[in-house]
Design a protein around this ligand. Structure first.
Ligand SMILES: [Zn+2]
Length: 221
């Protein structure tokens, strides 16, 4: 019995960050601020993947949040513009997608600033939100982000879509989806094969549970 109990807790920790971490970083956004589910996509824009996702979101009339990597915005500005013109929001996911705990403080600020600048210059868009690559946090990040006028958006449901295993995504959604979940998905090559069926499955589950999907504005403000 005990063994079963503890494995359940570990499963929960994998999909949903532990409460102690959420409490320690209580100024970060972990859940939707309203009773609606928010879909977020990290790592794009990537040609052939982000456009496929945009089409799928449009089919379901969903507005989502895209945490873009500056380097990818520089390579694919027209696709990044399409994210905005489709009514989605863009967040800062650093310029080179390096784990922040591997950088010194000056490098961290540079990574974040460079991404904000490319989004402003190429897209004429001001982003208010940030998400750290691989969710890696570091001391003083809150203070730095406040200085840079960015709000950190974490998550409450990690789908593991990057493991390219739809069964795992399905299990996570089935067991851990709440009415105010912030869900992480990826517009990168690792999740390409299962991303559309994952979106369909989220929509289906939200509907079955009588939840609603919200816009970034509704869920983050
Ligand atoms: Zn990422």
């Amino acid at each position: 019995m005990e063994r079963e109990g503890s494995s359940k807790i570990i499963m929960k920790w994998l999909f949903d960050p532990p409460l102690i971490v959420k409490k320690f970083y209580s100024d970060f956004i972990w859940n939707s601020k309203t009773d609606k589910v928010l879909l977020t996509f990290d790592d794009g824009p990537v040609t052939g993947i982000t456009d496929k996702i945009l089409k799928k979101l449009n089919e379901h009339s969903i507005k989502a949040m895209f945490f873009c990597v500056g380097n990818n915005v520089e390579k694919n500005p027209s696709l990044a513009k399409e994210i905005i013109s489709e009514g989605h929001a863009i967040g800062n996911h650093t310029f080179n997608h390096i784990k922040l705990n591997r950088l010194n403080e000056t490098e961290v600020i540079e990574e974040i600033k460079q991404c904000t600048e490319i989004i402003q210059n190429k897209l004429n868009y001001n982003t208010k939100y940030f998400r750290p690559p691989h969710g890696k946090l570091r001391m003083n990040l809150s203070k730095k982000l406040t200085e840079l006028k960015l709000k950190n958006v974490m998550w409450s449901l990690l789908t593991y879509d990057f493991e390219n295993d739809f069964c795992k995504v399905k299990k996570g959604i089935e067991n851990y989806l709440k009415s105010n979940s912030i869900i992480i998905l990826h517009d990168n090559i690792k999740s390409e094969k299962i991303i559309n069926e994952s979106i369909d499955y989220i929509v289906e589950t939200v509907h079955d549970k009588n939840f609603k999907i919200g816009t970034p504005e509704e869920c983050l403000n």
